[in-house]
Design a protein around this ligand. Structure first.
Ligand SMILES: Cc1ncc(COP(=O)(O)O)c(C=O)c1O
Length: 316
């Protein structure tokens, strides 16, 4: 029998189908948990330590003691990758998900024979299912729409904590879908400044310079950080500012960033073209430079995954 993927579950490696979280877990009761999503390039996790440091910053603020140091968590992640290394086809990059909650609520303690413990899980998943759908978007771009649902401001629940209290993102996605099927939600803060998408950060390009919402009411994405670093290397000035919808209307280019897809061009905004409505040179040069750094042509990989998806799904 082919080897099956395992997940890390509270110190043990168990089958994906066996990994179960209690209905009394604080994660289910309150959406009270932190998580991370990292991806590999050529099987090497990209900026895993950045992701884990962000995770641990969130855990500290939420006062969740997961019982592992960040070094332990990093080691558990590499151990899991080693465990599962033969479960992915040659050349398949991987999504690594960390989910951490404080565990079941104390009033339900009597249900748990061995007492209460935090819930710490790490799982791996083939990136093909996430990336295949983005293949055409690198060439055509996406449509971003401002939705009525606004971001939760940092003074209420800091979005820098990557947490699972995400119903407002889901509502934003539904609103975007209603405005135009396939459109991507773009949120604003209480003052109407652009914040981020429901799973991505946002950039515009004007006169060859980058602008992105300042890091106040957003998740400070690892990919956003990578874009800022690459811009510096390429000599492209990057400004973190209060970005208004007007600025997007007047922009030459726009794009979103997130771990799985890195940077996807936005060629329409609120039903109007961004710039000339085509994918622009700046997002292309940043994507090319990043692809070179990680040793994977991201656009080619997404296209390959799109081609392979059907046969992959049949055989897995
Ligand atoms: C709300 C939000 N903003 C931004 C991002 C992008 O972050 P990263 O680049 O670390 O994936 C994510 C990723 O899940 C997100 O959920």
């Amino acid at each position: 029998m082919a080897q099956t993927r395992k997940v890390y579950f509270n110190g043990r490696y168990v089958e994906e189908s066996e990994a179960r979280v209690s209905i009394f877990d604080s994660a289910l009761m309150y959406g009270d948990m932190c998580f991370e999503m990292t991806r590999t390039y050529k099987h090497k996790p990209f900026r895993l330590r950045h992701h884990l440091e962000r995770l641990y910053a969130g855990l500290k603020i939420a006062e969740i003691d997961c019982g592992l140091t960040v070094d332990d968590m990093e080691k558990a992640t590499y151990d899991l990758l080693e465990h599962n290394k033969d479960c992915f086809p040659e050349g398949m990059d991987i999504q690594i998900m960390h989910n951490v909650s404080r565990g079941p609520l104390p009033i339900y303690e009597s249900v748990f024979e061995h007492g209460l413990e935090p819930t710490v899980t790490i799982n791996t998943w083939p990136l093909i299912t996430h990336m295949a759908g983005s293949a055409d978007k690198y060439d055509k771009g996406i449509h971003s729409v401002i939705v009525p649902q606004q971001s939760v401001p940092a003074r209420i629940l800091d979005p820098k904590i990557k947490n699972r209290s995400r119903m407002f993102y889901q509502i934003a996605n539904l609103q975007a879908e209603r405005l135009e099927p396939g459109a991507y939600a773009l949120l604003t803060d209480e003052d109407g400044f652009i914040t981020e998408g429901t799973g991505n950060n946002f950039f515009i390009v004007k006169n060859g310079e980058l602008y992105t919402p300042e890091g106040r009411n957003i998740l400070r994405g690892v990919s956003r950080g990578a874009v800022i670093d690459i811009a510096k290397e390429l000599g492209i000035p990057c400004h973190e500012i209060n970005l208004e919808t007007y600025d997007v209307n007047a922009a030459d280019e726009a794009f979103i960033t997130s771990t799985t897809v890195f940077a996807v061009p936005v060629t329409r905004f609120n039903f109007q073209p961004v710039g000339d409505g085509k994918v622009g040179p700046v997002v292309k040069s940043i994507t090319d430079a990043f692809s070179e750094q990680v040793g994977v042509d991201i656009v080619a990989q997404a296209k390959q995954y799109k081609n392979d998806l059907e046969s992959f799904t049949k055989s897995n």
